[in-house]
Design a protein around this ligand. Sequence first.
Ligand code: KG4
Ligand code: ZN
Length: 356
Amino acid sequence: MRVLGIETSCDETAAAVVAIDPSGEAQILSHAVASQIGEHRPFGGIVPEVAARAHLAHLDGLIRRAMGEAKLDFTALDGVAATAGPGLIGGVLVGVTTAKSIAVVHRKPFIAVNHLEGHALTARLTDNVAFPYLLLLVSGGHCQLLAVEGVGRYRRLGTTVDDAAGEAFDKVAKMLGLGYPGGPAIENAAKRGDAKRFDLPRPMKGKPGCDFSFSGLKTAVRAAAETLPPGPLSETDVNDIAAGFQAAVVDSVIDRVGRAFDRFADTYPRGRTLVVAGGVAANTALRAALESLSVKRGFAFVAPPVALCTDNAVMIAWAGVERLRLGLTDPLDFKARPRWPLDPDAPRATGAGVKA
Ligand code: KG4
Ligand code: ZN
């Protein structure tokens, strides 16, 4: 079974082909990604209209490259999968329309993939993780803890009451003049910084439940910067604030995951794996802390390679494979969705200003 995957929901245009043989052995046949970072950098963040145009300009070439690297033509595919949400709708429409066109012309099944499901199932491709498992999804748009029961079956244990973790990294980086995207820049600066110099809060630490909050931390970072003498921040100041901020995020996430372990273990005594996914999962300090917490709690820890944690089309092709082999395909009138929660029945997060 061979599936072409297409990803266009944010600022990465990507196409990939994933195959699975009858024994269940999966193989990444190609993996093409074009980042739009350069196109958005002058604006200090992602501009949806710029993103949609760039997807349109690059997607055909990337699909050609992915099919070429896989040494396949469209007739050899068993399905075409595209991210159909959640995300910036202009970009999502570019990917969905392209996938539907290929599916129609070559009479192949179309699979509408939830971008978050792509992140959620990647660990099954890379590490053969069995259901159920606990998932920490930390990206630019999302920060959630989910019990993954099966394909299409998710139970949300916690989410952010305000900003996503990656969003906080990006905003603090902007504040410190570190540019966009913020995560890697903060991580880099933090390596040379003193995390103890500034006393920053650990949002939600010790509170019941598994929800996250990062907007107070962002405000505290601004207040800390304002205690310094007027004028541009020195390199040492920037490094120390970055290190302090990163340590606060890690502490806060670790506290939340610790609580999620308890809740998950109560409901799923067989599940003993923590999977981390999403762009922020590229952060080495966070990975190390999650790994040591998992060891302490008797859980296996799985973090897919960084290139498969940040947005990519391999995860969409793989989610396509997982769905297709269960007979889950979608009609050609499937509508792209700007919002699409993995667990529509989840209770609202405990806090004000809740984002879906
Ligand atoms: O999953 P992703 O590529 O796109 C979304 O679906 O959001 O995640 C992008 C986010 C950005 O906010 C970026 O700053 C963050 O992941 N990120 C990091 C690191 N690398 C990327 N955050 C912290 N440390 C990193 N090394
Ligand atoms: Zn993502």
